[in-house]
Write a new protein. Structure first.
Length: 492
């Protein structure tokens, strides 16, 4: 008997591994900068009566000194032989990490005040306009998240799909693409014109649409909508041919188009608050005269947390008398346990955040030690997320979350953590060069060129080779484009 065999294709849904509530809390706290962490802790203190704020008294001569020290060899020195009383904490594991690592140099030493700007931020200005709209609470929440997702120039470069994913993961909000598009269109009506556009072309078209109707306005609209690439490349001949307009009409429209703002965010006095926004550094790195680098968290205004002694005593008492309890007593026991567990989980999440931040920043200092000792940007070596992850023994995604929206105060200024990450370029001889350094030299070469006869990419490649940076012409072109420097014919 012949046996028939055939292939059948079926679909099966695989279970996706999900994060536990505790892991989600750790991730969310990790992404928060210091100022938002303070707000989050205060909110938790109000919400959970089992959580208390306060520091246990300790003798000044027994105060620990756990600052991260880095010697000239780049090795951390964290020796600390100080014992700390448990006080109201149930076990040593319950003591907040920032209490064990009290890294504000000395209690007798007043920390230097960091000047902040009191200007109204970009976000607040747009939120005021959002609050004036007739929106539901859910729509306002979507609008606030979209405003917070704008880039430095005021444009929205995230896709609606990615916004939907982020809202679901971080905010627990499930929305549709149509709802997001509706809110985006509302934000695009805000001032200044062009805010919330997805592309430069859309940004310019929004600004043109607000002008009074005229034949010239139509020409401007046609140039940007139909010949945007040619306009940015200043290719007048192609535009004249494509739109069948006169040179005089083009010149009149061009004179108006160059008045438009391709970066509407900067017209509000700041580039999404990068220059004037209130910046509170998450880390403080001090370099001593002998080259030692001391790392500490900026926990000056972050409340310390502990379990409520009253709640824990009540929980212990109910637990001891668990037998033959009434229904109300069992409900009370359940309530106490839930609140204490939630408080302990929050304390642990804050502790883990502090440990992860310190580990990440210490790895950055170790890899970029010459910069922290001298403050010279030319000393920054090539470094990517993977380098820091390997040294800190953390996941790359964790390093990415830490480096996002975090700042460090050094002897040489305040820098975002992203400042220390830059790609490397390896020569044929195996020498590793910093892309940041190559770009700096390239920019200097172009700024010093004869504007009547600017350098071509081939000539720039030859100049860089003479200076000890042997890179190919196509690499020069790539770096030039990343620096937003046009080709030679447009630099005349």
């Amino acid at each position: 008997m012949a046996i028939n065999s055939r292939q059948v294709q079926t679909q099966a849904q695989q279970q996706v591994q999900t994060l536990s509530p505790q892991q989600i809390m750790v991730v969310k706290l990790l992404e928060l900068p210091t100022l938002e962490l303070e707000e989050r802790i205060h909110a938790e203190l109000l919400d959970n009566p089992a959580l208390e704020e306060g520091r246990e008294p300790a003798d000044s001569h027994d105060e620990p000194d756990p600052d991260y020290n880095t010697d000239q060899d780049g090795e951390p020195n964290t020796d600390c032989g100080t014992d700390l009383s448990l006080g109201d904490y149930r076990t040593e594991d319950d003591i907040p990490d920032y209490k064990l690592q009290e890294n504000n140099r000395s209690y007798n030493e007043t920390p230097e005040e960091i000047p902040f700007s009191d200007n109204v931020s970009f976000y607040e200005t747009l939120k005021e306009q959002l609050d004036m709209q007739d929106l539901t609470p859910e729509e306002k929440q979507l609008g606030e998240y979209i405003i917070g997702s704008l880039d430095d120039d005021g444009l929205l470069r995230k896709t609606t799909e990615s916004l939907m994913d982020e809202l679901a993961i971080y905010q627990g909000i499930y929305t549709t693409q149509e709802e997001l598009e509706h809110i985006i269109s509302i934000i695009q009506d805000f001032e200044p014109a062009g805010i919330g556009a997805r592309t430069l072309q859309e940004c310019l078209l929004i600004q043109i649409s607000r002008k009074e109707d005229s034949p010239l306005k139509q020409i401007e609209y046609d140039i940007i909508s139909k010949c945007c690439d040619e306009f940015t490349r200043k290719n007048k001949e192609k535009i004249l041919q494509k739109l069948n307009i006169s040179e005089e009409e083009y010149n009149s429209a061009f004179a108006e188009l160059v008045k438009l703002n391709p970066r509407p965010g900067s017209s509000m006095g700041e580039a999404i608050g990068k220059n004037l926004q209130q910046i509170i550094p998450d880390f403080i790195v001090e370099t001593e005269d002998d080259g030692n680098v001391i790392l500490s968290l900026n926990n000056q205004h972050v409340p310390e947390l502990r379990l409520s002694r009253e709640f824990t005593e009540m929980l212990d008492e109910h637990t001891r008398n668990k037998a033959n309890q009434s229904k109300d007593a069992k409900d009370a026991l359940m309530f106490l346990k839930q609140k204490v567990d939630a408080a302990q989980g929050f304390i642990n999440a804050v502790k883990q955040r502090q440990q992860t931040l310190l580990s990440t920043m210490q790895a950055i200092i170790d890899l970029q030690l010459p910069f922290f000792q001298e403050g010279d940007e030319a000393l920054l070596r090539p470094m990517i997320l993977k380098d820091v992850a390997e040294r800190a023994h953390l996941d790359i995604s964790t390093i990415s979350r830490v480096s996002n929206s975090k700042y460090v105060q050094t002897n040489f200024g305040i820098y975002p953590l992203k400042f220390f990450f830059n790609d490397g370029y390896t020569t044929e001889n195996g020498e590793e060069l910093s892309v940041r350094e190559i770009k700096r030299i390239l920019k200097e070469c172009i700024s010093g060129e004869n504007k009547d006869k600017p350098y071509t990419d081939d000539e720039l490649a030859d100049i860089l080779k003479e200076k000890g940076y042997p890179i190919a012409r196509r690499t020069v072109a790539k770096y030039r484009q990343q620096l937003n420097i046009p080709v030679a014919r447009l630099r005349r």
